[in-house]
Design a protein around this ligand. Sequence first.
Ligand code: ZN
Length: 324
Amino acid sequence: MNVRRRPISGIAVAAVTALGLGTLSACSSDSAEASGDGGGKLDVVASFYPMQYLAEQIGGDHVSVTSLTEPGQEPHDLELSTKQTAELGEADAVLYLKSLQPAVDEAVDQSEVKTKIDAASLTELEDHGDVEHDHGDEGGEAHSEESGEESGLDPHIWLDPVKYAEVAEGVAKALEKADPDHAADYEKNAEALAVKLDGLDTAFENGLKDTDTKVFFTNHAAFGYLAERYGLTQEAITGLDPDSEPSPARIKELQEEAKADGVTTVFYETLVSDKTAKTLAKDAGLKTDVLDPLEGITEQSKGEDYIEVMQSNLEALKTALGAK
Ligand code: ZN
């Protein structure tokens, strides 16, 4: 029934759009029983994986979710195709995180989608500015299209299970409003997700309570909220944007800090080249490991979904920090 909406592959989507109402009404009259309300599922477009996961977990059987960012695609610098922009315009709801992907922000602003859910408005964003000092140029460039004002705010809220849970709650409310017929189910699904996120928070809290060091090195500054939540210090090789290159001065600074703070490991991530991390690690005699910012799930991900990859992240942090 819902096969038509599944893949984001442009041609298929365009064909469906062109065929338009004929196909849709034929389909829904055949299968009105199955969907219950005769209107089919709520079409939700999510901007990238952490938003997709929320929509799927909370929406359950009542939503059909597509993601604008393909698995394996680095989300920060996403460009939207004309077809994706058109598809976004046709959606019942869009779930995105303002200030992470300027192209998405713009497309959402210009679309007339009835339910626009901005995850950034559902929790509080903070400025973790100091991680960016060496990379002000790159950061400014990445965000300048939309608004220079907000460029200091760290968008990586999903890596803190507590903030992510706040967003989840807001998403549930928005879906309930958009599709009141299934409000009870959205609420129930959101509660189940809240339990999982709460368990994750407890595991991080306990697992990272007593460690040899509190400092960890990452590729880009994705883990600011996580670090703050669990009393750790993140040192990012690059800034908030994973594609920027660190200066030789920054590398030297990090190597000195590794010595001073007993850092054992340089973390890299699955969607970005690990070259810089490996160079830094080698010169300073450190190990490398994956700490996944969960900006997408691929075959290389250490887990099938958000919860599993976060559990892998916890294990990696425990090892690197010397958890007792
Ligand atoms: Zn990021």
